[in-house]
Design a protein around this ligand. Structure first.
Ligand code: ZN
Length: 133
């Protein structure tokens, strides 16, 4: 199946739950066993998997990332968003998820998130589904 593209309007900073779109793409593909890749082609955003039950977890993750990668006067990047580039690389821009029985193998508390670190923007992400054979 062709790589599926999704568009997303993001806030200034935030974790947007995209799990449903991944589940639907797998369903459409008809793949029962394989893998799916969730990817974004951005340098100040990322893709991560983490808790979907308590919204305070993603809030705390954003807070932790802000503390871990604060803006620094020594940064030279003229665009002024080096902290967003650092957070993007910390989260990574893709995740690979195994598929069995037509479903992504996710723990009950796991959700897939698009991470925005330099919004608001119009963003894109991609889902690629591949069968075993
Ligand atoms: Zn930049």
């Amino acid at each position: 199946m062709k790589t599926k593209e999704f568009k997303l309007d993001t806030p200034r900073e935030g974790f947007l739950n995209i799990t449903r779109s991944v589940r639907e793409t797998i369903k459409e593909s008809g793949v029962q066993s394989g893998i799916c890749v969730v990817y974004c082609a951005h340098t100040t955003a990322g893709i991560t998997i983490n808790e979907n039950a308590d919204p305070d977890v993603v809030r705390d993750m954003l807070l932790g990332l802000r503390k871990a990668y604060p803006d620094r006067p020594e940064f030279r990047h003229a665009e002024g968003n080096s902290t967003a580039h650092l957070k993007s690389s910390a989260m990574g821009v893709s995740k690979v998820i195994p598929i069995e029985n037509g479903q992504p193998i996710l723990g009950i508390w796991q959700g897939i998130y698009f991470c925005e670190f330099d919004g608001p923007r119009s963003r894109k992400y991609y889902v690629k589904v591949m069968a075993d054979e």
